[in-house]
Design a protein around this ligand. Structure first.
Ligand code: BES
Ligand code: ZN
Length: 619
């Protein structure tokens, strides 16, 4: 009897927990009680202090109370100094509101608890950020190209908004925002809100973002920025040294917008501008609405790396319009975006290039999967309490893309394209989780056109590790030819000048370098280098691939150039694999530590964190 009751209790508990939808879909990376109260609108009034490396002023939070009995607001902060909190009552009066700042958690930061004792319409929080803000980088004039004016920029994704704004820092909450930002006169401030290219440079700037976005898409940058139009709708902000080159490099941006609108519906954000950041920008790009933030390392001179623009633009649909509700659902942002990116590339640059890019990504994923745990190869990843930054990989991107390519192949574009278009329309300006997507997919695609893909198959892609046997394998004729030529040369059947490199695009070079065998001789490496000056390549991706190969095969001639590369560039994707490879041998590690000493002050806090982890916190 007792035993039976225990079993029944067990079953009851199991059902309770497995049905604990809240537990499964809640964002574990926020302190916010966003089921009770949400921020509708944020108004920032901040002054930029380049000496102190602070943003100082106040934030007004307009609140929407969902729970009639609640009066407490829980907010996310990290390394903020909170000066004073006021609450606006129903009669419009401002009253000091009791608040407390909890102890700092290394991942989440410090919970800010505000309880006015009533349901405040608005909270006004006086505060300043500190030099430690993980979401801001401060560059001295010497660290910029012209060396005359300081520069600062934000990078909020995933959970760094809280390091400069007291906010509900969860992608589940969407808010509109406005801002008044004061700066030194010679500095132009831009934000992820409509920017006026003709604004007076008077050190006092106003912004209004009328569309509701999550906090990770609030962005700011300030520096000696110039503007150049590319089309009526698009333009570039950059430091003068790279303005013309960037506008030329990214001249296809308007064509990309047009192509995406054709495929997936209206672009809903008005203007689309690019901001070219200093080389220390830790990412390739960041899809801040209306103003994508872009690394200068893709200004290659031949538009070979513009898929990055297609990617950030694609986020205007997948990510900014339809947003992952938690960081476990990142694949909804990045997988869809990688897929849409490639569709844009196909439309604007042709199918051969699009397939080459698919093949390069797929190969990179295969390589990366050998280094990842089974858990980390799941699209709906269990972050296991880690900082979302530390669980970052190619899985949400390329496995997500391959899943969507698989669906496209099974259903055909005539059915799949309208499905994706409708998916964006039906969830516009919403934050959704993976379970919501699965249900939508099941109703609007799997069941609508039965017997092509089962729900079970779709769930395997989303909830199981690794790549299913049915994974699309992109086949590029161009790459197959490169492989044949390479094989012949490696086998000594043909001379180096038989490689038809005059016709190779950057993609073919990347494929060639990435697929050279580890058994390649020093002499072969030296002759490649002599013929094609790979060590000196000005293309950041080719140089990266070549340096990685050189480190793996012990080709020492790259070392002086590698040193410069690691000092000049702070984009994590380009430098982390190199530091990792260096750290494998004692001599490599010593070299890496020496170079890093020089490079570290110029790196973004995020890049510093990653490289510190690799080189300094090893023993
Ligand atoms: N949104 C991402 C960057 C990001 C993702 C920052 C997750 C923090 C957490 C951006 O759109 C991106 O994917 N950038 C890539 C571009 C690439 C895949 C074309 C990058 O920076 O390398
Ligand atoms: Zn992305």
């Amino acid at each position: 009897m007792l035993r039976r009751m225990t079993v029944m209790l067990g079953v009851l508990l199991l059902t309770l927990f497995s049905k604990g939808a809240a537990a499964d879909t809640a964002d574990n990376y926020t302190y916010a009680n966003y089921q009770q109260v949400t921020i509708k609108h944020l108004n920032l009034d901040l002054a930029i202090d380049f000496q102190q490396k602070t943003l100082t002023g106040f934030a007004d939070l307009n609140l929407n109370w969902l729970d009639s009995t609640e009066t407490t607001v829980l907010l996310d902060t990290r390394d903020l100094v909170i000066k004073q909190v006021y609450a606006k009552a129903a009669d419009g009066s401002w009253q000091p509101a009791p608040y407390s700042l909890a102890e700092r958690d290394p991942v989440l930061g410090s919970k800010l608890t505000v309880n006015a004792g009533f349901q405040a319409k608005t909270l006004r929080i006086y505060y300043h950020s500190t030099a430690e803000a993980s979401g801001l980088q401060w560059l001295s004039p010497e660290q910029t190209a012209a060396k005359t004016t300081p520069f600062m920029f934000s990078q909020n994704q995933a959970i760094h908004a809280r390091s400069w704004i007291p906010v509900q820092d969860t992608p589940a909450v969407r808010l509109t925002y406005s801002a008044r930002i004061q700066s030194p006169d010679d500095v132009l401030v831009v934000m992820s809100a409509p920017n006026d290219p003709t604004t007076a440079r008077d050190g006092d700037y106003q912004f209004t973002m009328p569309r509701a976005i999550p906090a990770y898409l609030i962005a700011i940058a300030a520096g000696d920025l110039q503007f150049k139009a590319m089309s009526e709708q698009t333009g570039v902000y950059a430091e003068a040294y790279i303005l013309d080159a960037a506008a030329k490099e990214f001249a296809s941006t308007q064509a990309m917008i047009d192509a995406t609108e054709q495929l997936y519906g209206e672009y809903r954000w008005g203007r689309y501008d690019l901001l070219i950041l200093p080389p220390s920008f830790p990412f390739g790009g960041m899809e801040n609405p209306v103003l994508s933030f872009i690394t200068p390392t893709v200004v290659a001179g031949d538009a070979s790396l513009v898929s990055l623009i297609a990617h950030e633009l694609a986020h205007s649909w997948s990510g900014n319009l339809v947003t992952n509700a938690t960081w476990r659902d990142l694949w909804l942002n990045e997988g869809f975006t990688s897929y849409v990116e490639n569709r844009i590339m196909e439309q604007v640059f042709g199918v051969d290039r699009a397939v080459m890019e698919q093949a390069l990504s797929a190969q990179a994923l295969q390589d990366e999967l050998t280094t990842l745990s089974a858990n980390d190869s799941i699209l709906h990843i269990d972050l296991q309490g880690r900082d979302p930054d530390d669980a970052f990989s190619g899985v949400p991107y390329t496995k997500g893309q391959l899943f969507l390519m698989y669906l496209e192949q099974q259903f055909g574009r005539d059915k799949f394209d309208p499905f994706v278009r409708q998916y964006f329309a039906d969830h516009a300006f919403q934050s959704i989780d993976t379970a919501t997507f699965v249900q939508y997919l099941n109703t609007n695609l799997l069941q609508k056109y039965p017997d092509l893909v089962s729900l079970e198959q779709a769930k395997t892609w989303i909830y199981q590790p690794g790549l299913p046997a049915t994974t699309p394998a992109p086949q590029s004729d161009a790459f197959n030819q490169v492989q044949q030529h390479a094989n012949n040369w490696l086998a000594g059947k043909t001379a180096l000048n038989a490689l038809p490199t005059q016709n190779w695009t950057v993609h073919e070079w990347l494929y060639f370098i990435n697929n050279l065998p580890m058994t390649i001789s020093q002499q072969q490496l030296a002759s490649l280098d002599a013929a094609f000056a790979l060590t000196q390549s000005a293309n950041s991706e080719i140089a990266h691939a070549w340096y990685l190969l050189a480190l793996k095969t012990g080709y020492q001639q790259i070392m002086p150039q590698l040193e410069q590369y690691l000092i000049n560039i702070g984009r994590r994707k380009l430098i982390i694999p190199l530091y990792k490879q260096l750290a494998i041998t004692p001599e490599g590690l010593a070299f890496a530590k020496k170079v890093y000493q020089q490079a570290r002050p110029g790196y973004h806090p995020l890049a510093q964190g990653s490289v510190d982890e690799l080189l300094l916190k090893r023993d």
